[in-house]
Design a protein around this ligand. Structure first.
Ligand SMILES: [Zn+2]
Length: 151
């Protein structure tokens, strides 16, 4: 299992507290990671570290997208490799789970907004029936999700 979340190397430890979300440039299908707090961004092929980072605008320009077309040029792209469902179908399920009552907070020492939801059916490719939802701090959208057995 990968880590439940990736701290932003640019801002997390200096008070920003940002976590990374996975995005896709729609026109090129290029994947990048961006911070939910400071807009630092890393293309998928670069190591996520303070030694190299860009911003979302820079990544879109590198993908050949002129600045006047940046709005709507990228979208969330959950890492769905561990899930049975994929893409938009998975996104719909996850947002349904986010609204569910039967979720419990995961007691994480660093990040407060992680929830465990019992899906009561198999959702992961290894038989997992639970999902960890990593939400933004205001808990209005999903930063990341992955199927889990136990936490
Ligand atoms: Zn950041």
């Amino acid at each position: 299992m990968r880590l439940l979340y990736t701290k932003c190397p640019a801002c997390f430890d200096i008070g920003g507290g940002g976590l990374l979300t996975r995005f896709e440039v729609i026109a090129t299908e290029a994947i990048f990671y961006a911070c939910d707090q400071c807009e630092s961004a890393w293309p998928e092929y670069e190591p996520i570290s303070i030694n190299y980072f860009n911003v979302i605008t820079g990544i879109l320009l590198e993908n050949g997208i002129p600045i006047e077309h940046h709005k709507g040029a990228f979208r969330e792209a959950f890492d769905d490799t561990g899930f049975i469902l994929k893409g938009e179908e998975l996104r719909g399920i996850l947002y349904g789970l986010m609204a569910a009552d039967n979720k419990t907070k995961i007691n994480d020492p660093i990040y407060p907004s992680i929830w465990l939801v019992d899906c009561r059916r198999i959702i992961g490719i290894n038989g997992e029936t639970k999902v960890a939802l990593i939400l933004n701090r205001a808990e209005t959208y999903i930063l990341d999700a992955q199927p889990v057995k136990e936490v």
